[in-house]
Design a protein around this ligand. Structure first.
Ligand SMILES: Nc1nc2c(ncn2[C@@H]2O[C@H](COP(=O)(O)OP(=O)(O)OP(=O)(O)O)[C@@H](O)[C@H]2O)c(=O)[nH]1
Ligand SMILES: [Zn+2]
Length: 207
């Protein structure tokens, strides 16, 4: 709830949080809109199931990536080179159609005396994924959250994803994938660091 509330400057601007019953009624309306009968046996529990599944699919509004990333370790025996977590799978929903986006996030940073628990990077990806998103915003948000909390020498995030709104409907291009990147600090300033990130992503080998 905090994430929603924080966006509003004054308390009276906070939108009314719909009740579970109101949300279920909205699903019933959508069922009628598509030509279904929400009172037929198979659909009786569907509005409650949809609302319950939304709590899980959109749980990112109730979680803070900064909080998750706040836990760091300093005992790293002087390690100061790239830390990369590759192939983090995620499911999100596009903010234009509320249809799934599925993809992988690749996240790297150059430590400055502190490192993150590796799982925390994947947890932060999930928090942003479990909100309505554009791929560009999600890429930038992951990089910023790591930058703001860990204060490393640089962050690199590359996301590759398939948008179901482009596959199942509209332009119907199944298999088209979208790539987005955000580089900060040394990854932004130094093309060699960026090249090292890209080569680690592809596998190993000379630059
Ligand atoms: N930049 C960006 N666009 C996205 C993302 N997810 C979906 N879209 C696009 O958002 C656009 C919305 O376009 P609109 O013309 O407003 O909506 P629409 O009529 O449903 O568009 P079509 O999908 O072309 O039928 C589409 O081009 C989608 O492909 C995303 O993560 N980033
Ligand atoms: Zn979409």
């Amino acid at each position: 709830m905090d994430a929603v509330v924080k966006k509003f400057a004054r308390e009276d601007d906070v939108p009314h949080q719909p009740t579970k019953k109101e949300a279920e009624d909205a699903v019933r309306t959508l069922l009628r809109y598509i030509g279904e009968d929400p009172d037929r046996e198979g659909l009786l529990d569907t509005p409650a199931r949809v609302v319950k599944s939304y709590r899980e699919l959109f749980s990112g509004y109730h979680d803070s990536a900064e909080e998750v990333l706040g836990r760091m370790f300093e005992e790293v025996a002087g390690y100061d080179d790239i830390v990369m977590v590759r192939d983090i799978p995620f499911f999100s929903h596009c903010e234009h159609h509320m249809v799934p986006i599925m993809g992988k996030a690749h996240v790297a940073y150059l430590p400055d005396g502190r490192v993150l628990g590796l799982s925390k990077i994947a947890r932060a990806v999930d928090i942003f994924a479990k909100r309505l998103q554009t791929q560009e915003a999600m890429t930038a948000q992951i990089a910023k959250a790591i930058d703001d909390t860990l204060r490393p020498r640089g962050v690199a995030v590359l996301i590759e994803a398939d948008h179901m709104c482009m596959a199942m409907r509209g332009v119907k291009k199944l298999g088209a994938s979208t790539m987005t990147t955000t580089f900060t600090g040394a990854f932004k300033k130094d093309p060699r660091e960026q090249a090292r990130f890209m080569s680690m992503l592809r596998g190993y080998g000379p630059l």
